[in-house]
Write a protein of this length. Structure first.
Length: 442
């Protein structure tokens, strides 16, 4: 049998990533929330009743693959347009073809990759055909469709969010590819577990990238006794840099994110920067780090510095738009800012405390004065009867009881004396004094 990677005469070369493209949902790796066994989209596909949709997610997570699986699973003709080269005329030509397909009892699925690259006129050209069902549009985009896709077209589609593939997802894809190569090649591939882990790390949740790296490794590894042995050293030669054993069994992954979090909590920007670099240079997904910073901003800083959350969410957006390596400085800015910010866990402890009460008292009814009187019966039962509109009161404060009777007097949010929370603490004391005065008058 010929080498999978040999280019034979009159045979068009297929990259490994294309060879490994799944053709059924059972072969598809990842995105369980979108196409898992019990998902709505999977049922729609299996019952051949799909509607127009947009897949939003980073590169290499299965957007194009899902579109092709849908076309193969349903009674449809699959067509693809390039958002870079296609014009309005191309769209109209395709609609004419869709009319012919319909006469043959087939639907037409039009897949548009990077649909956000279409201008407004091109996107508008889809509207009547999508609305009438002449075509089923499947768009794919790496950008937020709320900002990049016309609202009229967006309202006629369902957006499905596809996330970066997990470390384990990538490892599974690599191992499946190795089985395929070993079954079709004249030689066998042996690869060190450390090398698989490194490929999975540097792929940043991109399945296609992991297969491209594996293919390059196979091509540069010499054959000895009908075997290619891929080691960490060979991988480092391909990458032209030393690599970190970072996420083996997940332990070091969690150790480093823990160290980053605790260094920021202890107001140590140098240590925090060090652990940030350890993670990013080892191939960690920058969006994972950014999400942890967003959590930290509220859990460990909160209202002691409300701008911390702004910095963290901005770092996430910047990382989404730029990617690695450019976004490393955006994350560094956020890490330093969070490290030197005043710290307070008052919001975290408040929620953890109130969560327990909410669970224990889920049977309690909302006080009558706070209920919304929707029907005549509601009004007769006293819903909202004694509600006090704060904007009409002096100081914009009333003595309206908002907690259920059983919880009156409970204090969940207890601001610290740090940063802006010191001012909030004084403001709460003022509010309490005003309410006490109002209660005495009554």
């Amino acid at each position: 049998m010929k080498n999978l990677f040999d280019i034979e005469e009159n045979v068009i070369y297929k990259p490994l990533a294309e060879e490994m493209r799944p053709i059924t949902l059972d072969d598809f790796v990842g995105q369980e929330e979108v196409v898992g066994k019990q998902s709505l989209l999977r049922k729609m596909i299996e019952e051949d009743r799909i509607t127009s949709m947009i897949f939003w997610g980073p590169p290499g997570v299965g957007k194009t693959t899902l579109a092709k699986i849908i076309a193969g699973k349903t009674n449809s003709v699959f067509k693809q347009l390039s958002a870079v080269t296609a014009g309005v005329k191309d769209i109209k030509d395709l609609v004419m073809e869709a009319d012919f397909n319909r006469l043959s009892g087939k639907k037409t699925i039009l897949f548009v990759d990077e649909i956000h690259r279409f201008n407004k006129a091109q996107q508008d050209a889809f509207l009547p055909y999508v609305e009438n069902g002449d075509i089923i549009l499947i768009g794919a985009t790496t950008e937020n469709p709320s900002f990049e896709v016309n609202s009229a077209l967006l309202s006629r589609t369902k957006v499905y969010v596809l996330n970066s593939l997990s470390f384990e997802n990538i490892k599974e894809i690599i191992k499946r590819a190795l089985v395929r190569v070993n079954a079709t090649s004249e030689y066998q591939i042996d690869i060190e577990d450390d090398a698989i882990d490194i490929i999975a790390n540097i792929s940043n949740g991109d399945g296609r990238s992991s297969l491209n790296t594996l293919e390059n490794l196979i091509n540069i590894t010499p054959i000895k006794n009908k075997k290619k042995t891929i080691t960490k050293d060979i991988l480092e030669k391909l990458l032209n840099q030393k690599t970190f054993i970072y996420d083996k069994k997940g332990e070091e992954h969690y150790n480093l994110i823990s160290a980053l979090h605790k260094s920021m909590r202890n107001s140590d920007p140098d240590a925090a920067l060090y652990y940030l670099a350890r993670m990013l240079e080892a191939g960690e997904n920058p969006l994972y780090v950014a999400r942890r910073l967003i959590r930290f901003a509220s859990e460990d800083i909160g209202l002691a510095n409300p701008n911390a959350l702004v910095q963290a969410t901005s770092a996430y957006e910047a990382s989404h738009y730029l990617g690695m390596p450019e976004c490393n400085v955006n994350l560094a800015q956020a890490v330093v800012y969070l490290s030197v910010s005043p710290k307070s866990n008052s919001l975290y402890t408040a929620y953890e405390t109130v969560k327990q009460d909410a669970i224990k008292t889920a049977h309690l009814r909302v006080p009558l004065d706070l209920r919304n009187a929707v029907t005549k019966l509601d009004g007769e039962l006293g819903y909202g009867a004694n509600y006090q509109y704060a904007h009409e009161a002096e100081n914009k404060i009333t003595n309206l009881q908002c907690l259920p009777d059983e919880l009156v007097g409970k204090k969940y949010y207890k601001p610290s004396n740090i940063g802006k929370e010191k001012g909030i603490k004084e403001e709460l004391k003022t509010i309490e004094r005003i309410k006490e005065s109002l209660n005495k008058k009554n």
